[in-house]
Write a protein that binds this ligand. Sequence first.
Ligand code: SF4
Ligand code: SF4
Length: 193
Amino acid sequence: MAYNLPVFRGILNLLIGLQVTLRHLFSHAVTLQYPTERWTMPERSRGVVVLLSNKETGELNCTACILCAKACPCAAIMIERHRGDDKKWKIDSFSVDNSICCYCGLCEEACNFDAIKLTPKYEFSTYDKPSLTYDMHRLQELGRDVAYTPRVRKAAAAPAATATTEAALTPTPTAPKPATETPTNPSEKGESA
Ligand code: SF4
Ligand code: SF4
């Protein structure tokens, strides 16, 4: 009997090890049958960066201010721009290198024009690393169906010199004092009497 003791001990350890397997064998499965099934990502999850467009005109909201590029800690955003005839910046190219982007969301925070946004979109892996740099056209197409609520901006301060203010600051002419004077000299009173 002592000869078979290691065998029984091995079977016992095997059954102990299979306890977890047996416990989960008849419980509800939590795995998804990917790719036929997919997680619904939370609305504010940080996936791929996209560029947003005006829903009516279809034009990019980007004003080429480059605040997002300055805020990016990974230098993943590259922007080329020039001054237009109207002295405003015009965007020539805009690209995001997803191979170095850390999905921090700082670019979205820095943008004042609802122009760049991180979306719940994912599944962009590839074997071709250079193709992970998305140009302006691709970023815009990825952002076409992205819903966003335009930021509420504070109203600009009212100009200092309005007509109302000027009227309020103009001194109101005071009514002239009556020209009557009370005679102080008693002799004058007697003369008059
Ligand atoms: S995406 Fe926003 S922050 Fe970046 S350049 Fe365009 S307007 Fe400026
Ligand atoms: S999410 Fe972060 S790392 Fe990626 S482009 Fe925006 S600022 Fe740069």
